[in-house]
Design a protein around this ligand. Structure first.
Ligand code: FAD
Length: 507
């Protein structure tokens, strides 16, 4: 049948990468009346990268009914308190974008305002900005703690964390949970998508061996192939290559080294940047680059040269187009994961965008049929999210002070979206930040750390004139001392990982 007024009782998920199994995990937890089938091809496999997350991943685990300790154990995860950016401002410089709040406020002034004022008036008495964030100081010391929400006065109350995990093990673990809950897995390669000739709705997919899988709703998690949303339904792709030059990556795991750092590292390089993601059993690495500006051979050589441990494989190339599918939901197909778009992994947002897609699908689940208003709203929100994340990523490139390489010269000089220029103007004149919309992902703390970390010039909020030098310095010193002392008392990250139980004991 497959028409707009058809109730949804059968959901077919096409693809068993991170997106497919995350979708199956949430739907199977909440929609007991719906039959869920997932089709994946062992022959095609998954993209296998995507190992760093942001704190919202913890909401996903809760929503999907996944035990976090078991996930850590099964997918050899480590904790992530932020990202260290090396050489991004200029060669030899480094800063950390830590998750969570920075210090505490004075009056209504946020710490960065007090810091900017002190830096202008008494620069000799000011430490670097990362001394005022518990997450950043814990990163420097390789420490970790779960947020202590019982003690609101402690900086640890504001600690925020995410995970690094092995993408293949994560998907495998989710699969085992989903199969226990009754999700049916079909292994095989789809070679035909069958649509209703009148409505264009997808009715079933056919595998190379002739088997067919039907569905009322199809979730396209087929990765960059975009088998349903792109190939079958013809929804186009908005390519953002003019701002985001990187279109290729090479990934390689290497042996672990001690300590297991509680942060991702991103190091700026000649025509892009290199990631380093520490897991319990290995380190994930990759060089993301513009294929127009550097050869694959030079990238492989540079990547391998800069590993901390011995390479465990040959570098694996991955091509991508930075951008977004023009619609994520069309007819009875919803694209989640790489089929709906990909920016680049700089701020580890892709898995987060999978999560928000799943949330929206639940919130707008077409239980009694497909409603145009829901579809439009879904697509409006998806577009907003992608553009929001895009601008934050562009900002990293635009405010670099690196020069001499065509890649960095281009991004430093490029025109950026107006909304971003307006944000820069506000920061420059008064260090002020206001969210453009409630759903904006990155908060003031994130913007401030990245901009200050890269040497972007800002003036303090003029209200700081009301605070005397002595109060300013005393406040900042007290903040830094408290954070330093508390961070010293936290657990060693590697030690804590070794001691964690492999699942939450039943209560
Ligand atoms: P895939 O993993 O590609 O899965 C596609 C699935 O579809 C597979 O199961 C495949 O077998 C199946 N399939 C395809 N065609 C067919 C067919 N014809 N028949 C049957 N099955 C089919 N995200 C982050 O959040 N953090 C990061 O640190 C990060 N790093 C990244 C680094 C790079 C270089 C890249 C490219 C991406 C990175 N990402 C990151 C993004 C992340 O990898 C993806 O968002 C995530 O893995 C989800 O991928 P997916 O499930 O959409 O696609």
């Amino acid at each position: 049948m497959a028409a707009a007024d058809q109730p949804v009782r059968k959901v077919t998920i096409v693809g068993g990468g991170t997106a497919g199994w995350m979708t199956a995990a949430v739907l199977s937890q909440w929609l007991s009346k719906v039959e869920i089938t997932l089709v994946e091809s062992d022959e095609i496999g998954t993209i296998g990268v995507g190992e760093a997350t942001i704190p919202h991943i913890r909401n996903f685990l809760a929503l999907a009914g996944i035990d976090a300790l078991k996930m850590i154990s099964e997918s050899k995860a480590s904790f992530k308190l932020g990202i260290e950016f090396v050489n991004w401002g200029a060669d030899g410089e480094r800063y950390i974008h830590g998750f969570g709040k920075i210090g505490r406020d004075m009056l209504w002034l946020h710490p960065h305002q007090l810091w900017l004022a002190a830096k202008a008036r008494v620069p000799e008495k000011v430490l670097s900005f990362d001394h005022y964030s518990i997450n950043c100081v814990a990163c420097h010391k390789n420490k970790f703690a779960f947020p202590d929400t019982r003690n609101r006065n402690s900086p640890v109350a504001d600690m925020e964390y995410a995970y690094h995990f092995d993408a293949s093990l994560f998907a495998r673990y989710l699969r085992s949970e989903c199969e226990t809950r009754g999700v049916k897995r079909v292994e095989g390669r789809i070679n035909e998508v069958i649509q209703n000739p009148e409505t264009g709705f997808v009715e079933k997919v056919r595998l190379t061996d002739g088997r067919e899988v039907e569905g009322d709703l199809f979730v396209d998690c087929s990765g960059m192939r975009a088998l349903l949303i792109g190939d079958a339904l013809g929804i186009g792709y908005d390519n953002w290559n003019k701002w985001l030059l990187c279109d290729r990556a090479q990934a390689v795991p290497c042996a672990s080294v001690s300590p297991i750092t509680p942060y991702t590292r991103s190091t700026a390089k000649k025509a892009g940047w290199q990631w380093r993601i520490p897991l319990q059993h290995r380190i994930g690495n990759g060089y993301v680059y513009s294929s127009d500006l550097i050869s694959d051979e030079e990238v492989a050589e540079s990547l391998l040269r800069d590993l901390d441990g011995e390479a465990m494989a040959d570098p694996r190339p991955v091509r991508f187009a930075p951008g977004r599918r023009l619609k994520s939901w069309e007819k009875n197909v919803i694209a989640i994961g790489l089929s709906s778009g990909f920016l680049e992994p700089l701020e580890s947002t892709s898995i987060h965008l999978i999560q928000t897609g799943i949330h929206r699908l639940l919130a707008m689940f077409p239980a009694i049929g497909f409603n145009r208003a829901d579809i439009d709203e879904y697509n409006r929100q998806a577009r907003y999210e992608y553009e929001d994340v895009r601008d934050f990523i562009i900002a990293h490139y635009k405010v670099t002070r690196r020069s001499g390489d065509p890649f960095w010269d281009h991004v430093r000089e490029m025109d950026v979206p107006d909304s971003l220029n307006e944000r820069f103007d506000l920061f420059r004149s008064s260090g002020r930040f206001f969210k453009h919309g409630a759903a904006e992902l990155f908060a003031e703390e994130s913007w401030v750390q990245v901009l200050l970390g890269q040497g972007f010039e800002m003036h303090a909020d003029p209200v700081t004139e009301f605070v005397g030098d002595e109060d300013l310095v005393g406040f900042l010193q007290d903040l830094a001392d408290t954070i330093e002392e508390v961070a010293d008392g936290l657990s060693d990250h590697g030690e804590l990982l070794r001691q964690l139980p492999s699942s939450t004991p039943p209560t």
